[in-house]
Design a protein around this ligand. Structure first.
Ligand code: GAP
Length: 462
Protein backbone atom coordinates (compact mmCIF):
# COMPACT_ATOMS: atom_id res chain seq x y z
CA UNK A 1 0.00 0.00 0.00
CA UNK A 2 1.59 3.34 -0.95
CA UNK A 3 1.32 6.44 1.25
CA UNK A 4 -2.20 7.90 1.09
CA UNK A 5 -0.90 11.42 0.45
CA UNK A 6 2.27 13.44 0.13
CA UNK A 7 1.91 15.06 3.58
CA UNK A 8 2.33 11.66 5.26
CA UNK A 9 5.74 11.26 3.61
CA UNK A 10 6.81 14.88 4.07
CA UNK A 11 6.13 14.60 7.80
CA UNK A 12 7.85 11.20 8.18
CA UNK A 13 10.80 12.44 6.12
CA UNK A 14 11.36 15.34 8.49
CA UNK A 15 10.60 13.52 11.74
CA UNK A 16 12.88 10.59 10.95
CA UNK A 17 15.80 12.44 9.34
CA UNK A 18 15.29 11.76 5.63
CA UNK A 19 14.56 15.19 4.12
CA UNK A 20 14.34 18.62 5.77
CA UNK A 21 12.97 21.81 4.22
CA UNK A 22 16.06 23.98 3.67
CA UNK A 23 16.99 26.96 5.87
CA UNK A 24 14.01 26.62 8.20
CA UNK A 25 15.60 28.82 10.88
CA UNK A 26 15.45 31.66 8.30
CA UNK A 27 11.83 30.97 7.48
CA UNK A 28 12.62 28.43 4.75
CA UNK A 29 13.82 28.82 1.17
CA UNK A 30 11.26 27.84 -1.45
CA UNK A 31 11.76 24.61 -3.38
CA UNK A 32 15.07 23.68 -1.77
CA UNK A 33 15.59 20.73 0.56
CA UNK A 34 18.36 19.24 2.68
CA UNK A 35 18.91 15.50 2.93
CA UNK A 36 19.29 14.23 6.49
CA UNK A 37 21.32 11.26 7.76
CA UNK A 38 18.81 8.69 6.47
CA UNK A 39 17.98 10.58 3.27
CA UNK A 40 21.60 10.72 2.28
CA UNK A 41 21.89 6.92 2.71
CA UNK A 42 18.69 6.30 0.78
CA UNK A 43 19.80 8.59 -2.05
CA UNK A 44 23.22 6.91 -2.17
CA UNK A 45 21.64 3.45 -2.29
CA UNK A 46 19.34 4.40 -5.18
CA UNK A 47 22.25 5.99 -7.03
CA UNK A 48 24.42 2.90 -6.42
CA UNK A 49 21.66 0.62 -7.66
CA UNK A 50 21.38 2.69 -10.85
CA UNK A 51 25.17 2.72 -11.32
CA UNK A 52 25.35 -1.04 -10.78
CA UNK A 53 22.66 -1.74 -13.35
CA UNK A 54 23.87 0.88 -15.87
CA UNK A 55 27.66 0.64 -15.58
CA UNK A 56 29.11 -2.15 -13.44
CA UNK A 57 26.93 -4.99 -14.67
CA UNK A 58 27.29 -4.04 -18.33
CA UNK A 59 30.32 -4.30 -20.54
CA UNK A 60 29.18 -1.55 -22.91
CA UNK A 61 28.85 1.44 -20.56
CA UNK A 62 31.52 3.51 -18.79
CA UNK A 63 31.21 6.32 -16.25
CA UNK A 64 32.07 10.02 -16.24
CA UNK A 65 32.06 12.93 -13.81
CA UNK A 66 32.25 16.14 -15.81
CA UNK A 67 32.78 19.63 -14.42
CA UNK A 68 29.63 21.39 -13.23
CA UNK A 69 30.77 24.83 -14.34
CA UNK A 70 30.52 24.55 -18.07
CA UNK A 71 31.79 26.60 -21.00
CA UNK A 72 28.91 28.93 -22.03
CA UNK A 73 29.17 27.87 -25.67
CA UNK A 74 28.14 24.35 -24.63
CA UNK A 75 24.68 25.70 -23.75
CA UNK A 76 24.51 27.74 -26.92
CA UNK A 77 25.28 24.64 -29.03
CA UNK A 78 22.87 22.44 -27.09
CA UNK A 79 20.02 24.89 -27.72
CA UNK A 80 19.45 25.63 -24.03
CA UNK A 81 20.27 29.35 -24.32
CA UNK A 82 17.70 29.83 -27.07
CA UNK A 83 14.98 27.34 -26.20
CA UNK A 84 15.13 26.12 -22.59
CA UNK A 85 12.28 28.38 -21.53
CA UNK A 86 9.09 28.23 -19.52
CA UNK A 87 6.12 30.50 -20.24
CA UNK A 88 5.42 32.46 -17.04
CA UNK A 89 2.75 34.95 -16.00
CA UNK A 90 2.68 37.41 -13.09
CA UNK A 91 -0.31 38.39 -10.97
CA UNK A 92 -0.87 42.14 -11.38
CA UNK A 93 -2.22 42.32 -7.81
CA UNK A 94 0.04 40.14 -5.59
CA UNK A 95 3.00 39.90 -8.02
CA UNK A 96 3.21 36.13 -7.65
CA UNK A 97 4.66 34.34 -10.66
CA UNK A 98 3.16 31.17 -12.17
CA UNK A 99 3.98 28.69 -14.92
CA UNK A 100 1.23 28.80 -17.54
CA UNK A 101 1.23 25.03 -18.20
CA UNK A 102 1.00 24.29 -14.46
CA UNK A 103 -1.84 26.81 -14.11
CA UNK A 104 -3.77 25.16 -16.92
CA UNK A 105 -3.24 21.70 -15.47
CA UNK A 106 -4.56 22.81 -12.08
CA UNK A 107 -1.25 22.10 -10.33
CA UNK A 108 -1.73 25.12 -8.05
CA UNK A 109 -5.21 24.02 -6.97
CA UNK A 110 -8.63 24.37 -8.65
CA UNK A 111 -8.30 26.63 -11.72
CA UNK A 112 -9.90 30.06 -11.11
CA UNK A 113 -11.43 31.86 -14.13
CA UNK A 114 -13.17 35.20 -14.68
CA UNK A 115 -16.46 35.70 -16.57
CA UNK A 116 -14.59 35.70 -19.92
CA UNK A 117 -12.92 32.38 -19.09
CA UNK A 118 -9.43 33.83 -18.48
CA UNK A 119 -7.39 32.07 -15.84
CA UNK A 120 -6.91 34.20 -12.71
CA UNK A 121 -4.22 34.12 -10.02
CA UNK A 122 -4.59 31.02 -7.80
CA UNK A 123 -3.47 33.09 -4.80
CA UNK A 124 -5.86 36.07 -4.85
CA UNK A 125 -7.83 35.82 -8.10
CA UNK A 126 -5.95 38.82 -9.55
CA UNK A 127 -5.54 39.50 -13.26
CA UNK A 128 -2.52 37.83 -14.87
CA UNK A 129 -0.02 39.36 -17.33
CA UNK A 130 0.50 37.96 -20.83
CA UNK A 131 2.85 34.93 -20.78
CA UNK A 132 6.56 35.71 -21.16
CA UNK A 133 9.36 33.23 -21.83
CA UNK A 134 11.90 32.82 -19.00
CA UNK A 135 15.10 30.88 -19.45
CA UNK A 136 15.47 28.19 -16.80
CA UNK A 137 19.25 28.21 -16.52
CA UNK A 138 20.93 29.78 -13.49
CA UNK A 139 23.51 32.29 -14.61
CA UNK A 140 26.68 32.78 -12.68
CA UNK A 141 29.81 34.79 -13.20
CA UNK A 142 33.43 33.73 -13.34
CA UNK A 143 36.09 36.08 -12.00
CA UNK A 144 35.58 39.58 -10.67
CA UNK A 145 34.76 41.55 -13.83
CA UNK A 146 31.08 41.42 -14.67
CA UNK A 147 30.96 41.42 -18.45
CA UNK A 148 29.46 38.99 -20.96
CA UNK A 149 32.68 37.03 -21.34
CA UNK A 150 32.48 36.06 -17.66
CA UNK A 151 29.01 34.49 -17.83
CA UNK A 152 28.68 30.79 -17.07
CA UNK A 153 25.58 28.66 -16.51
CA UNK A 154 24.94 26.01 -13.94
CA UNK A 155 24.04 22.81 -15.82
CA UNK A 156 20.30 22.16 -16.24
CA UNK A 157 21.08 18.54 -17.24
CA UNK A 158 24.11 16.25 -17.04
CA UNK A 159 23.98 15.19 -20.70
CA UNK A 160 26.11 17.94 -22.24
CA UNK A 161 29.15 17.08 -20.10
CA UNK A 162 28.95 13.64 -21.68
CA UNK A 163 28.69 14.84 -25.29
CA UNK A 164 31.66 17.16 -25.04
CA UNK A 165 33.76 14.28 -23.65
CA UNK A 166 32.73 11.82 -26.37
CA UNK A 167 36.09 11.95 -28.13
CA UNK A 168 38.07 11.74 -24.85
CA UNK A 169 36.24 8.58 -23.83
CA UNK A 170 36.51 6.90 -27.25
CA UNK A 171 40.23 7.68 -27.40
CA UNK A 172 41.19 6.81 -23.84
CA UNK A 173 38.99 3.73 -23.42
CA UNK A 174 39.21 2.40 -27.02
CA UNK A 175 35.43 1.98 -27.11
CA UNK A 176 33.67 0.58 -30.14
CA UNK A 177 30.10 1.48 -31.06
CA UNK A 178 27.61 0.85 -29.59
CA UNK A 179 28.56 2.01 -26.09
CA UNK A 180 27.28 4.32 -23.39
CA UNK A 181 28.64 6.98 -21.03
CA UNK A 182 26.83 7.35 -17.71
CA UNK A 183 26.86 10.14 -15.19
CA UNK A 184 25.05 11.02 -11.97
CA UNK A 185 25.20 14.62 -10.92
CA UNK A 186 23.40 17.64 -9.59
CA UNK A 187 21.48 19.83 -12.06
CA UNK A 188 19.88 23.23 -11.61
CA UNK A 189 16.71 24.75 -13.08
CA UNK A 190 15.26 28.08 -12.13
CA UNK A 191 11.74 26.71 -12.08
CA UNK A 192 8.52 28.03 -10.64
CA UNK A 193 7.34 24.89 -8.96
CA UNK A 194 3.99 23.80 -7.56
CA UNK A 195 5.77 22.88 -4.30
CA UNK A 196 5.41 19.13 -4.31
CA UNK A 197 8.22 18.17 -1.93
CA UNK A 198 11.33 17.00 -3.88
CA UNK A 199 9.28 16.24 -7.02
CA UNK A 200 10.39 19.49 -8.62
CA UNK A 201 13.14 21.54 -7.06
CA UNK A 202 15.64 24.19 -8.11
CA UNK A 203 18.58 21.89 -7.47
CA UNK A 204 18.17 18.16 -8.03
CA UNK A 205 20.19 15.10 -8.96
CA UNK A 206 19.96 13.28 -12.24
CA UNK A 207 21.18 9.89 -13.42
CA UNK A 208 21.73 10.00 -17.17
CA UNK A 209 23.34 7.83 -19.80
CA UNK A 210 24.05 8.61 -23.44
CA UNK A 211 24.16 5.44 -25.53
CA UNK A 212 26.01 5.99 -28.81
CA UNK A 213 25.21 3.74 -31.75
CA UNK A 214 25.79 3.61 -35.51
CA UNK A 215 23.59 5.99 -37.52
CA UNK A 216 20.60 4.17 -39.02
CA UNK A 217 20.72 3.12 -42.66
CA UNK A 218 17.64 5.21 -43.39
CA UNK A 219 17.42 8.53 -41.49
CA UNK A 220 13.75 8.93 -42.36
CA UNK A 221 12.82 5.44 -41.25
CA UNK A 222 15.40 4.49 -38.58
CA UNK A 223 14.00 1.05 -37.76
CA UNK A 224 17.04 -0.40 -35.94
CA UNK A 225 17.49 2.85 -33.97
CA UNK A 226 13.86 2.85 -32.83
CA UNK A 227 14.17 -0.83 -31.82
CA UNK A 228 17.17 0.08 -29.65
CA UNK A 229 15.10 2.89 -28.13
CA UNK A 230 12.41 0.36 -27.18
CA UNK A 231 15.06 -1.95 -25.65
CA UNK A 232 16.29 0.82 -23.38
CA UNK A 233 12.75 1.78 -22.36
CA UNK A 234 12.11 -1.83 -21.28
CA UNK A 235 15.47 -2.06 -19.49
CA UNK A 236 14.83 1.10 -17.53
CA UNK A 237 11.23 0.25 -16.64
CA UNK A 238 12.44 -3.07 -15.28
CA UNK A 239 14.93 -1.30 -12.97
CA UNK A 240 12.12 0.50 -11.13
CA UNK A 241 10.22 -2.76 -10.68
CA UNK A 242 13.02 -5.21 -9.92
CA UNK A 243 15.61 -3.07 -8.16
CA UNK A 244 13.45 -0.50 -6.38
CA UNK A 245 10.42 -2.68 -5.81
CA UNK A 246 7.87 -0.29 -7.32
CA UNK A 247 4.49 -1.84 -8.01
CA UNK A 248 4.15 -2.11 -11.82
CA UNK A 249 0.49 -1.09 -11.59
CA UNK A 250 1.69 2.39 -10.53
CA UNK A 251 4.12 2.71 -13.43
CA UNK A 252 3.29 3.44 -17.04
CA UNK A 253 4.99 4.36 -20.30
CA UNK A 254 3.88 7.54 -22.05
CA UNK A 255 5.23 8.29 -25.52
CA UNK A 256 5.42 12.07 -26.12
CA UNK A 257 3.14 13.72 -28.64
CA UNK A 258 5.04 15.38 -31.51
CA UNK A 259 4.36 18.90 -30.21
CA UNK A 260 5.76 18.24 -26.70
CA UNK A 261 9.08 16.76 -27.87
CA UNK A 262 12.18 18.61 -26.65
CA UNK A 263 14.13 20.51 -29.27
CA UNK A 264 16.65 17.64 -29.61
CA UNK A 265 14.34 14.64 -29.63
CA UNK A 266 13.03 12.43 -32.46
CA UNK A 267 10.96 10.52 -29.94
CA UNK A 268 10.72 10.34 -26.16
CA UNK A 269 8.88 7.97 -23.87
CA UNK A 270 8.39 8.94 -20.26
CA UNK A 271 8.33 6.40 -17.48
CA UNK A 272 5.61 7.78 -15.22
CA UNK A 273 4.55 7.04 -11.66
CA UNK A 274 1.07 7.37 -10.20
CA UNK A 275 1.73 10.06 -7.57
CA UNK A 276 -1.00 10.88 -5.02
CA UNK A 277 -1.96 13.80 -7.34
CA UNK A 278 -1.88 11.80 -10.58
CA UNK A 279 0.62 10.53 -13.15
CA UNK A 280 3.98 12.30 -13.25
CA UNK A 281 7.30 11.81 -15.00
CA UNK A 282 10.08 9.81 -13.35
CA UNK A 283 12.36 9.41 -16.33
CA UNK A 284 12.47 10.34 -19.99
CA UNK A 285 14.02 7.93 -22.48
CA UNK A 286 14.84 10.12 -25.48
CA UNK A 287 15.94 9.31 -29.00
CA UNK A 288 18.32 12.28 -29.38
CA UNK A 289 19.56 11.27 -32.85
CA UNK A 290 22.88 12.93 -33.76
CA UNK A 291 21.61 16.35 -32.66
CA UNK A 292 24.09 17.03 -29.86
CA UNK A 293 27.31 15.66 -31.37
CA UNK A 294 26.54 17.53 -34.60
CA UNK A 295 25.69 20.74 -32.73
CA UNK A 296 28.92 20.67 -30.68
CA UNK A 297 30.91 19.82 -33.80
CA UNK A 298 29.43 22.84 -35.58
CA UNK A 299 29.76 25.26 -32.67
CA UNK A 300 33.34 24.28 -31.75
CA UNK A 301 34.59 23.69 -35.29
CA UNK A 302 35.88 20.34 -33.99
CA UNK A 303 33.78 17.54 -35.53
CA UNK A 304 32.72 14.89 -33.02
CA UNK A 305 32.80 11.71 -35.07
CA UNK A 306 33.64 8.04 -34.77
CA UNK A 307 35.92 6.27 -37.21
CA UNK A 308 34.27 3.09 -38.45
CA UNK A 309 37.06 0.73 -39.50
CA UNK A 310 34.70 -1.50 -41.43
CA UNK A 311 33.40 1.17 -43.78
CA UNK A 312 36.60 3.23 -43.47
CA UNK A 313 34.45 6.31 -42.78
CA UNK A 314 33.87 8.86 -40.06
CA UNK A 315 30.28 8.77 -38.81
CA UNK A 316 28.36 10.87 -36.29
CA UNK A 317 26.81 8.39 -33.84
CA UNK A 318 23.14 8.53 -32.92
CA UNK A 319 22.14 8.56 -29.28
CA UNK A 320 19.56 7.03 -26.94
CA UNK A 321 19.32 8.81 -23.60
CA UNK A 322 17.64 7.38 -20.49
CA UNK A 323 17.48 10.41 -18.13
CA UNK A 324 16.21 9.74 -14.61
CA UNK A 325 15.74 12.03 -11.63
CA UNK A 326 17.46 10.69 -8.51
CA UNK A 327 15.81 12.99 -6.00
CA UNK A 328 12.39 12.51 -7.62
CA UNK A 329 12.93 8.74 -7.51
CA UNK A 330 13.76 9.05 -3.82
CA UNK A 331 10.33 10.61 -3.25
CA UNK A 332 8.69 7.77 -5.18
CA UNK A 333 10.64 5.15 -3.26
CA UNK A 334 9.39 6.64 0.00
CA UNK A 335 5.78 6.94 -1.18
CA UNK A 336 5.89 3.38 -2.43
CA UNK A 337 7.58 1.85 0.64
CA UNK A 338 5.05 3.32 3.10
CA UNK A 339 2.60 0.90 4.66
CA UNK A 340 0.44 0.85 7.75
CA UNK A 341 -0.94 -2.25 9.44
CA UNK A 342 -2.62 -3.34 12.63
CA UNK A 343 -0.90 -6.18 14.45
CA UNK A 344 -2.46 -9.10 16.36
CA UNK A 345 -2.74 -6.95 19.50
CA UNK A 346 -4.61 -4.27 17.62
CA UNK A 347 -1.64 -1.88 17.59
CA UNK A 348 -0.94 0.17 14.50
CA UNK A 349 2.54 0.23 13.00
CA UNK A 350 3.91 2.19 10.08
CA UNK A 351 6.42 0.20 8.06
CA UNK A 352 8.64 1.51 5.29
CA UNK A 353 8.95 -1.61 3.17
CA UNK A 354 12.15 -0.62 1.36
CA UNK A 355 13.95 -3.39 -0.47
CA UNK A 356 16.93 -4.32 1.76
CA UNK A 357 19.40 -3.05 -0.85
CA UNK A 358 17.71 0.39 -0.78
CA UNK A 359 16.95 0.67 2.95
CA UNK A 360 19.08 3.38 4.61
CA UNK A 361 19.81 1.24 7.68
CA UNK A 362 20.18 -2.51 7.19
CA UNK A 363 20.52 -3.71 10.78
CA UNK A 364 19.60 -2.31 14.19
CA UNK A 365 21.34 -3.71 17.25
CA UNK A 366 19.00 -3.50 20.21
CA UNK A 367 19.81 -4.69 23.72
CA UNK A 368 16.55 -5.68 25.41
CA UNK A 369 17.02 -2.90 27.96
CA UNK A 370 19.56 -0.40 29.20
CA UNK A 371 20.75 -2.92 31.80
CA UNK A 372 24.54 -2.74 32.26
CA UNK A 373 24.82 -6.53 32.03
CA UNK A 374 23.67 -6.48 28.39
CA UNK A 375 25.81 -3.63 27.14
CA UNK A 376 29.24 -5.27 26.58
CA UNK A 377 27.71 -8.10 24.58
CA UNK A 378 25.49 -5.71 22.62
CA UNK A 379 28.46 -3.44 21.80
CA UNK A 380 30.40 -6.51 20.66
CA UNK A 381 27.58 -7.38 18.26
CA UNK A 382 27.43 -3.78 17.05
CA UNK A 383 31.20 -3.73 16.43
CA UNK A 384 30.91 -6.99 14.50
CA UNK A 385 28.04 -5.92 12.22
CA UNK A 386 28.89 -2.24 11.67
CA UNK A 387 31.84 -2.72 9.29
CA UNK A 388 29.67 -4.90 7.05
CA UNK A 389 26.26 -3.18 7.07
CA UNK A 390 24.91 0.28 7.81
CA UNK A 391 23.90 -0.35 11.41
CA UNK A 392 22.24 1.58 14.25
CA UNK A 393 22.65 0.93 17.95
CA UNK A 394 19.76 1.91 20.19
CA UNK A 395 19.15 1.14 23.85
CA UNK A 396 16.70 3.90 24.78
CA UNK A 397 12.95 3.33 25.41
CA UNK A 398 11.09 0.03 25.47
CA UNK A 399 12.02 -2.65 22.95
CA UNK A 400 8.52 -2.40 21.39
CA UNK A 401 8.96 1.32 20.70
CA UNK A 402 12.41 0.73 19.26
CA UNK A 403 11.04 -1.93 16.90
CA UNK A 404 8.36 0.59 15.78
CA UNK A 405 11.01 3.21 15.17
CA UNK A 406 13.09 0.85 13.05
CA UNK A 407 9.95 -0.23 11.15
CA UNK A 408 9.22 3.41 10.40
CA UNK A 409 12.65 3.97 8.88
CA UNK A 410 12.48 0.65 7.01
CA UNK A 411 15.29 -1.28 8.73
CA UNK A 412 14.92 -4.85 7.43
CA UNK A 413 16.50 -6.60 10.43
CA UNK A 414 16.82 -5.99 14.15
CA UNK A 415 19.24 -8.00 16.28
CA UNK A 416 18.16 -8.24 19.91
CA UNK A 417 20.40 -9.10 22.82
CA UNK A 418 18.68 -10.41 25.96
CA UNK A 419 19.58 -12.05 29.27
CA UNK A 420 19.60 -15.46 27.62
CA UNK A 421 22.43 -14.15 25.41
CA UNK A 422 24.62 -13.06 28.33
CA UNK A 423 23.36 -15.38 31.09
CA UNK A 424 22.02 -14.34 34.49
CA UNK A 425 22.01 -15.44 38.11
CA UNK A 426 25.36 -17.19 37.68
CA UNK A 427 24.14 -19.18 34.66
CA UNK A 428 26.20 -18.97 31.45
CA UNK A 429 24.62 -17.26 28.45
CA UNK A 430 23.89 -19.11 25.20
CA UNK A 431 26.00 -16.66 23.18
CA UNK A 432 23.09 -16.29 20.76
CA UNK A 433 20.96 -13.35 19.57
CA UNK A 434 17.49 -12.92 18.13
CA UNK A 435 16.99 -11.67 14.57
CA UNK A 436 13.65 -9.98 14.04
CA UNK A 437 12.40 -9.44 10.49
CA UNK A 438 10.71 -6.16 9.66
CA UNK A 439 7.95 -7.40 7.36
CA UNK A 440 6.88 -10.69 8.97
CA UNK A 441 7.98 -9.68 12.50
CA UNK A 442 9.17 -13.28 12.75
CA UNK A 443 11.98 -13.89 15.23
CA UNK A 444 14.73 -16.46 14.97
CA UNK A 445 17.54 -17.24 17.39
CA UNK A 446 21.04 -17.62 15.93
CA UNK A 447 24.44 -18.21 17.55
CA UNK A 448 26.69 -15.18 17.52
CA UNK A 449 29.26 -17.14 15.49
CA UNK A 450 26.67 -17.55 12.69
CA UNK A 451 25.20 -14.04 12.88
CA UNK A 452 26.95 -12.52 9.86
CA UNK A 453 26.00 -15.48 7.66
CA UNK A 454 22.41 -15.28 8.87
CA UNK A 455 22.30 -11.55 8.08
CA UNK A 456 23.85 -12.09 4.65
CA UNK A 457 21.20 -14.66 3.81
CA UNK A 458 18.43 -12.19 4.73
CA UNK A 459 19.96 -9.13 3.07
CA UNK A 460 20.28 -10.07 -0.59
CA UNK A 461 22.07 -7.53 -2.78
CA UNK A 462 23.37 -5.49 0.18
N1 GAP B 1 18.90 15.30 -20.39
C1 GAP B 1 17.51 15.15 -20.51
C2 GAP B 1 16.76 15.72 -19.39
O1 GAP B 1 17.31 16.41 -18.55
P1 GAP B 1 14.37 15.90 -18.37
O2 GAP B 1 13.12 15.11 -18.70
O3 GAP B 1 14.26 17.36 -18.39
O4 GAP B 1 15.47 15.35 -19.37
C3 GAP B 1 15.14 14.10 -16.64
O5 GAP B 1 14.90 15.45 -16.95
C4 GAP B 1 14.59 13.76 -15.27
O6 GAP B 1 15.15 14.65 -14.30
C5 GAP B 1 13.07 13.94 -15.12
O7 GAP B 1 12.38 12.80 -15.56
C6 GAP B 1 12.93 14.12 -13.62
O8 GAP B 1 12.92 12.88 -12.95
C7 GAP B 1 14.20 14.86 -13.26
N2 GAP B 1 13.93 16.30 -13.12
C8 GAP B 1 13.85 17.23 -14.11
N3 GAP B 1 13.61 18.47 -13.59
C9 GAP B 1 13.56 18.30 -12.24
C10 GAP B 1 13.36 19.18 -11.13
N4 GAP B 1 13.20 20.50 -11.30
N5 GAP B 1 13.33 18.67 -9.87
C11 GAP B 1 13.52 17.34 -9.66
N6 GAP B 1 13.74 16.46 -10.66
C12 GAP B 1 13.76 16.92 -11.93
Amino acid sequence: MPAPDLDTIVSLAKRRGFVFPAAEIYGGFANTYDYGPLGVELKRNIRDSWWRSMVRERDDVVGLDASLITHPRVWKASGHVATFNDPLVDCKKCQMRWRVDHLEEGDYGPVKRDAEGNIRCPNDGGELTEPRQFNLMFKTQIGTVADDSAIAYLPPETAQGIFINFENVVGSMRRKLPFGIAQTRVSFRNEITPGKFVFRTLEFEQMEMEYFCFPPKDRENPVEYLALHQEWIAYRLNWYIERLGIDPSRLRLRPHEKEELSHYSAGTTDIEYLFPWGWGELEGVAARTDFDLTAHGNESGHPLTYFDEESNQHVVPWVIEPAAGLTRTLAVTMLEAWDEETDARGEKRVVMRFKPSIAPVKVAVLPLSKNEALRPFARKVYDMVRPVYMTQYDETQSIGRRYRRQDEIGTPLCVTIDFQSVGEKGEAGDDAVTIRERDSQAQVRVPLSGLLDALRERLPGC
